[in-house]
Design a binder for this molecule. Structure first.
Ligand code: ADP
Ligand code: MG
Length: 888
């Protein structure tokens, strides 16, 4: 039930004309010239007086007749005008529809009289309020149940909240919204006694709650003022001019005055208080503005808010979408006289111009609307030309009924102005306005909720007697009675209309009775169906209940299981944390122990190295001592041997003298080295190189190993060399005798000392270590040639060996090259340097001390590699023992 003046509320095709009523007021002075004569209830005649402009223009008296919806003559009562014109608008208001009622005419034509009237003869406005409150009595909402949302809409709040707000406003009056006047002067109209209108309309839905809000504004000089707003007061200058207001569009595209005071009223008296307050301020404002009331348009808005009761029929349904707001605007227009009539200058002229401008804008809009409808054109209607038309734009767009009462002063002097008014008024009737659709209050709730609630509340008869009176609603009545007051004897409209109305009413009653019977039957059938469904629903409900109980017990089981699992999870997580902690502690202990192990290992290593160094030093010391001892012995015995040898040679010479031809010369066969040139002084091995072929031959020969000889090998070698070599024979199988080397051989010292033959067999790994002998002159070869040995005085062989644990042992054998008698070269090894590099991945650390097996392998390999042309290799084998002074 979206109320209000929503655009969707228009029903296509259904239109109503702007209804214009004419009311002729009585002459102030019966002797005055009368120019208006109502001819019938719809026809009125204007007769120009002789002094009028029309006669002057035409030169003759020409009568004008105008037709209106109804013509009220000077005897028509206020009540009749209200019943005929305004009461249907109040009826519409109760049904949720909007209405706009103008009073239009020249000044002093009776507009204000018609709109407001006097206390004893009230005009339209007070009667509207009377009838409205008469009708909604008993279904009125408590105050503040409906609240303005400040944007032209309403909100609903509970009765408890409304009560709180009432108490709050009573304690602190004047907050938020201006306080509604509380001084009830029942029956008064201002200071006078008033006679209220007793009409009650039946278009109220007793399952709804109603509230009435009023606002009072004025449009002056095309500015909008709020007549209910407190005027700013200065103690010196008095009241300040009121603030102008602006027009706004709400969420339903309806125009409204922004920040306009809207007062909720609960009785006609409260409304009159508001009205008088506004009128009083209007006077004050006019003084401040130097304005005249007849030049301004006053607009009194009545807004009726209604919303359905809840299903229990107790309170208003708390649903803002179900609120329906309808509005009745009662407009007392300014005098429609033209500018020249004002005979004023300055501001007054401006006022008059503005008044006319607003009315002209109204005329203009109405004319364009009419043209558009007649010619099916789509010319834009200039509503925005004035505030008046802009504010009521929605009505002309079809969101409410528009009615106009044209007030006519029959005085002859007013003819020239009146004729314009009548022409415009008659023309306005041609404008058609789309009819607002009937607002449906059926929202699916059971009708009669309020009555049911009353029955519940007041069950005993006594209670029912004391219960508030609920107005009886006769739903079959339909629209209210038309005015049946006979205005004159010749009235031929009222009685036929009344008769027609009664006939229609009777027909409607019968139709409604039939409809009621049908609905009763339908309702009974529905009731039976409902009861059946209800029983089924009860059975289903029981089943569902059982299932729900089962599900609940299952859910409880699951929940207890979840709880136990959660407990276990917590326990596990605690254990896990404990284990983690222990693990961290053990890891720390392991690290500590590893550190200790490393420290102990390094300490052991240090001790081992220390011990070894000392051992080496002892060995060297002993070797040196032994060597000295040996040299001494050799020197002692060498001389004796040489003497013996010499004697032997001499003897041999003596013996051979006789047989010189048969014996070779001893110097060809024997070389006797001088004791000084022997290599006895240097421990080492004596090898001799002869030729490549010899070397190969020797290299292929299996080498016996010996570990017995440790020192003095040079001496043995020397002895071996001194051993007489068997003569060369023709027998090729006989091994050649080893040629003796020349121990006396000396290289020239002037040839810049020693030239080293650096023999590095292919496949050796670069050392990049400290084991880098410093040699000035050298010749490096990877493969040994005899010719290379001739040039060199020193020989150096680099040998590398890798064991199963990837430990690399590098040995550099050094020796002296000595030419042999046979033209070869003998090498006397006198030094070995050993470097053992341990692989980092090696599990077992090898002692850096030479081991017996190393020596065996080394020497064998050296002999294989070295395979220099060794003569008498068997001897050499015997001597192939590591030197005691081997360094690491
Ligand atoms: P307007 O508001 O159009 O300027 P008013 O309503 O003030 O005119 O009327 C001017 C005077 O005419 C008032 O004194 C009013 O009492 C009187 N009057 C107007 N119409 C009637 C009427 N129908 N019956 C009796 N007096 C009337
Ligand atoms: Mg007036």
């Amino acid at each position: 039930m979206k109320p209000q003046r929503g655009k969707n509320s228009k029903k296509k095709g259904e239109v109503d004309p702007v209804e214009v009523y004419c009311r002729v007021r009585p002459l102030d002075n019966p002797d005055d010239n009368c120019c208006v004569k109502p001819l019938s209830t719809t026809l009125v005649q204007l007769i120009p007086p002789e002094n009028s402009l029309a006669v002057a223009r035409n030169g003759q008296i020409k009568e004008y007749q105008f037709t209106f919806q109804y013509v009220f003559d000077e005897y028509t009562s206020q009540k009749a005008v209200f019943d005929y014109v305004a009461c249907p608008l109040v009826d519409d208001l109760l049904r949720g529809k909007n209405g706009l009622l103008f009073t239009y005419g020249i000044t002093s034509s009776g507009k204000t009289y018609t709109m407001t009237g006097s206390p004893k003869d009230q005009g339209v406005l007070p009667r509207c309020l009377d009838v409205l409150f008469n009708s909604i009595s008993g279904v009125q909402a408590k105050k503040y149940v409906f609240k303005s949302d400040k944007m032209n809409g309403f909100e609903v709040q509970s009765e408890a909240d409304a009560m709180m707000e009432r108490q709050k406003r009573d304690i602190m009056p004047g907050i938020t919204t201006p306080k509604t006047p509380t001084t009830h002067r029942r029956g008064n109209f201002g200071d006078q006694e008033r006679i209220s209108d007793p009409t009650i309309l039946s278009s109220v839905d007793d399952d709804n709650q109603y509230a009435v809000f009023v606002s009072y504004i004025e449009i002056y000089n095309n500015y909008v003022y709020d007549l209910l707003e407190e005027l700013p007061y200065d103690p010196i200058t008095g009241y300040k001019p009121p603030q102008t207001k602006i027009l706004r569009t709400d969420s339903s595209d309806c125009m409204y005055v922004m920040n306009c005071v809207e007062v909720e009223i609960t009785s006609p008296e409260e409304a009159f208080e508001v009205l008088f307050k506004g009128q009083k301020r209007r006077k004050v404002a006019h003084t401040a503005l130097n304005a005249e009331s007849s030049r301004s348009h006053s607009i009194f808005n009545i807004r009726l808010v209604q919303a359905p009761l809840d299903p229990r029929g107790e309170e208003v349904l708390q649903d803002p979408d179900k609120i329906c707001v309808s509005q009745l605007s009662l407009v007392d227009l300014a005098g429609s006289e033209r500018t020249h009539r004002t005979k004023n200058a300055g501001d007054r002229l401006k006022e008059a111009g503005n008044i006319n401008q607003s009315l002209m804008a109204l005329r203009n809009c109405i004319e364009i609307l009419r043209d558009n409808q007649k010619n099916s054109s789509n010319k834009m209607v200039p509503y925005r030309d004035s505030k008046l038309t802009h504010l009521f734009k929605n009505y002309f767009d079809g969101e409410g009924k528009v009615r106009m009462i044209v007030c006519v002063n029959p005085k002859g002097d007013e003819f020239d102005e009146t004729i314009h008014v009548m022409k415009f008024a008659e023309l306005s009737q041609e404008v058609l306005i789309a009819r607002q659709q009937q607002v449906r209050f059926d929202i699916g709730l059971t009708p009669g909720r309020r009555k049911m609630n009353y029955k519940e509340k007041f069950k005993s008869e006594d209670d029912l007697c004391t219960a508030p009176k609920v107005p009886a609603f006769d739903f079959s009545l339909g629209p209210g009675f038309p005015p049946f007051e006979l205005l004159r004897s010749s009235d031929d409209i009222v009685l036929p209309q009344l008769e027609k109305f009664l006939v229609e009413r009777q027909k409607r009653r019968e139709a409604l009775q039939l409809d009621l019977d049908r609905q009763n039957d339908e309702f009974r059938a529905q009731l039976v169906e409902f009861e059946r469904n209800y029983e089924q629903a009860i059975i289903q409900n029981d089943e569902l209940q059982q299932r729900v109980e089962k599900s609940e017990s299952y859910v409880q089981k699951l929940e207890s299981r979840i709880r136990s699992l959660e407990r276990r999870m917590e326990e596990n997580s605690r254990n896990y944390k404990e284990s983690e902690k222990q693990k961290r502690e053990l890891e720390a202990m392991i690290q500590d122990k590893e550190v200790k192990i490393r420290q102990e290992k390094s300490e052991k290593e240090r001790l081992r190295n220390d011990f070894k160094t000392r051992l080496d030093m002892n060995n060297q010391h002993w070797e040196r001592n032994l060597e000295k001892e040996r040299q001494k012995i050799e020197q002692d015995y060498g001389g004796q041997i040489w003497e013996k040898q010499h004697k032997l040679n001499m003897l041999r010479n003596i013996v051979n003298e006789g047989d010189s031809d048969a014996m070779p010369a001893p110097q060809e066969t024997f070389r006797t080295p001088a004791p000084k040139t022997r290599t006895h002084t240097t421990p080492g091995k004596l090898l001799s190189a002869r030729s490549e072929n010899d070397m190969r031959k020797i290299g292929n020969t299996p080498t016996p190993r010996s570990r017995t000889a440790t020192t003095g090998t040079s001496l043995s070698a020397a002895r071996a060399n001194l051993k007489p070599t068997p003569r060369s024979t023709s027998n090729s199988n006989t091994p050649k005798p080893t040629p003796a080397y020349n121990p006396r051989h000396r290289r020239s010292r002037s040839s810049n000392a020693e030239i080293w033959l650096d023999h590095r067999p292919q496949g050796n790994v670069e050392l990049d270590t400290v084991l880098q002998p410093k040699i000035k002159k050298k010749k490096s070869v990877s493969k040994l040639e005899v010719k290379d040995t001739k040039e060199a005085s020193k020989y150096m062989l680099t040998h590398q060996d890798m064991d199963s644990e990837d430990n690399l042992t590098t040995k550099i054998y050094k020796g002296e090259c000595l030419p042999t008698a046979g033209g070869g070269t003998a090498v006397v090894f006198n030094d070995v340097e050993t470097l053992t590099q341990t692989s980092p991945g090696s599990r077992k650390r090898r002692s850096s001390c030479p081991q017996p097996q190393d020596f065996e392998g080394d020497w064998t390999d050296v002999e294989d590699r070295c395979n220099v042309g060794i003569e008498g290799h068997g001897n050499a084998r015997k001597r192939s023992k590591p030197l005691p002074g081997t360094r690491v």
